[in-house]
Design a binder for this molecule. Structure first.
Ligand code: HEM
Length: 420
C-alpha cells in the first residue's frame, strides 16, 4: 500500500496511484513548477495549460511529447501528425480530416453495439457460472481494438497483433529510455513491426481501394496535395498507439467513478441521454491522458516566471481539469449533469484529438448497453490494478460485479437486468 503524497514526483508510485493531492499543491503554490531530474517545467492551472497548448508557435510539438530527449529518433518514428507543428501539421490534418469524417465514425455504431452486446453476453454467462469478470480486460480494452480494426478494415486474424504493439509503446513511454523496455528495444521493435504491417496494408489499398479509412486516406486530396505512404503510416501509428488504451480507460474509469457514487449511476440508468455529458465529466476527473510535453521555441514568461527557449514544458491536463478556478469549488466531485463548456480531456488547439468523436461514440455505446443490462455494476476496487505512468492514467485489470440475476438469459441488453 503506497502512502498518499502531495509532492509532484512523476516517477513515484505514490504520486501515480493518486496524483490529485500533488496537482492541487502545484496549482495553489507552484503553478510554474521546475522539475530538475529530468529537467522540465510543469504547468498545472487550467488557464495556463489552455493558453499554452493553443499557442503552438511558442509551445512546439515537433520535439516529442514526453520529457525525454529525442524520443522521436529513438523510436524510429515517421513524422506523425501529433508531433508536427503548422504549417505542415495543418496540411496533414486537413487531408486526414477528409478521410476521417464524423459520418464514417457514426456509421460504425451498429457494429460497435453488436460487439458490446456479444461481450456482455459472455461476461454475464461467466459471472452466472461463478467466475470473476474483468471489465477492463474483457470489455473496455477489446472495444477500441475492435473499433480500429473495423475502421481500417483489418482482417480478424491480424487484430490480435495490435494489443502487444500498444503495450510495448506505452510501457516504453511510461518507463522511459533507461529501463528494461528500452534495453530490449521493445518500443522501437513495436514501431518497426507496426510500420511493416501497415506498409503492406497501404500498398494493398492503393492497388484495390475499399470502403475503409486507409483507402479514403490514399485518395484524400486538398489543394492538389495527397498523403504519402509515410504520412499514412504515421497516422496509423498515432491512432493505434493513442486511440486504444485511452478509450478503454475512459470506459473503465466511468464504471470506477460510478461505483463510488451510486446516486450518479442511478441518474444515468434513469436517463441515458445524460451519458454523453457524463463522459466529459469522467474524462475531466480521470483523464486517460494526464500530461504531455511541448518544447519552447522562444523565451516565454508564465505568471512572472521566465521559461527559456528550448525547454520541455509538461501540460498537466489532469491537474488543469480539476482546477477550482475553472470548474468551481466542487471541481473534485463527480456531477454527471455538470455544464462543461471547455476542458482539456482531448487537449485543445491544433492538436485537439481528431478521434474524439470515435472515442465518445464507443464509450457511449458501451455505457448505454452496460448500464441497461447491469444497472448495479460495481468495480471490485481492492482487486483492480492501475497502470503506473507519469503520462497516462488507466487500468491493467478491473474485476467487477455485474449483478447478474440467477435466471439471466442472453438475448439483449436487458437480459441481465436485476431488480432495483
Ligand atoms: C478517450 C479517448 C481519447 C483521449 C483521452 C484522447 C486524447 C488525446 C489528446 C489529449 C490529444 C492531444 C495530444 C497533444 O496534446 O499533443 C489527442 C490527439 C490525437 N488523437 Fe486522441 N484521444 C482519444 C481517442 C482517440 C481515438 C479513438 C483516436 C483515433 C482513432 C485518436 C486519434 C488522435 C490523433 C490522430 C491525434 C493527433 C491530432 C493532431 O495532432 O492533430 N484519439 N488525443
Amino acid at each position: 500500500m503506497t502512502e498518499a503524497t502531495s509532492v509532484y514526483a512523476p516517477f513515484d508510485p505514490a504520486f501515480q496511484a493518486d496524483p490529485y493531492p500533488a496537482y492541487r499543491h502545484l496549482r495553489d503554490h507552484d503553478p510554474v513548477h521546475r522539475h530538475t531530474d529530468p529537467p522540465f517545467w510543469a504547468l498545472s492551472r487550467f488557464e495556463d495549460v489552455w493558453t499554452a497548448v493553443r499557442d503552438h508557435g511558442t509551445f512546439s510539438s515537433a520535439s516529442g511529447l514526453t520529457f525525454y530527449e529525442d524520443e522521436i529518433g529513438r523510436l524510429g518514428l515517421a513524422p506523425t501528425i501529433v508531433m508536427l507543428d503548422p504549417p505542415r501539421h495543418t496540411v496533414l490534418r486537413r487531408l486526414i480530416s477528409h478521410g476521417f469524417t464524423p459520418r464514417r465514425t457514426a456509421a460504425m455504431e451498429g457494429a460497435l453495439r453488436a460487439f458490446v452486446r456479444a461481450r456482455l453476453d459472455g461476461m454475464r454467462r461467466r459471472e452466472a457460472d461463478g467466475e470473476t469478470v474483468d471489465l477492463h480486460r474483457e470489455f473496455s480494452s477489446p472495444l477500441p481494438t475492435f473499433a480500429l480494426a473495423e475502421l481500417l478494415d483489418v482482417p480478424e486474424a491480424d487484430r490480435s497483433r495490435f494489443g502487444p504493439w500498444v503495450s510495448a509503446l506505452t510501457t516504453f513511454q511510461d518507463q522511459g529510455f533507461d529501463t528494461a523496455a528500452m534495453a530490449e528495444g521493445s518500443g522501437a521493435r513495436a514501431v518497426a513491426e507496426m510500420f511493416e504491417y501497415f506498409g503492406g496494408v497501404v500498398a494493398e489499398r492503393r492497388e484495390r481501394p475499399g470502403d475503409d479509412l486507409i483507402s479514403a486516406l490514399t485518395v484524400a486530396e486538398a489543394d492538389g496535395e495527397r498523403l504519402t505512404d509515410w504520412d499514412i503510416l504515421g497516422f496509423c501509428f498515432v491512432i493505434v498507439a493513442g486511440g486504444n488504451d485511452t478509450t478503454g480507460n475512459l470506459v473503465t474509469h466511468a464504471v470506477s467513478l460510478l461505483s463510488d457514487r451510486p446516486d450518479q449511476r442511478e441518474l444515468l440508468v434513469a436517463d441515458p441521454s445524460l451519458i454523453p455529458n457524463a463522459l466529459l465529466e469522467f474524462l475531466r476527473l480521470e483523464g486517460s491522458v494526464q500530461a504531455l510535453a511541448r518544447t519552447t521555441t522562444r523565451p516565454v514568461t508564465v505568471r512572472g516566471v521566465e521559461i527559456p527557449a528550448g525547454e520541455k514544458v509538461m501540460m498537466l491536463y489532469g491537474a488543469a481539469n480539476r482546477d477550482e478556478r475553472e470548474f468551481g469549488p466542487s471541481a473534485d466531485v463527480l456531477d454527471v449533469t455538470r455544464s462543461i463548456p471547455r476542458h482539456l480531456g482531448f487537449a485543445s488547439g491544433v492538436h485537439f484529438c481528431i478521434g474524439s468523436h470515435l472515442a465518445r461514440l464507443q464509450a457511449r455505446v458501451a455505457l448505454e448497453e452496460l448500464l441497461a443490462a447491469h444497472p448495479h455494476v460495481e468495480l471490485d476496487q481492492p482487486r483492480a490494478k492501475r497502470i503506473m505512468s507519469p503520462f497516462t492514467r488507466g487500468w491493467v485489470s478491473a474485476p467487477v460485479h455485474l449483478g447478474v440475476s440467477p435466471c439471466a438469459g442472453s438475448d439483449g441488453p436487458s437480459a441481465g437486468r436485476t431488480s432495483p
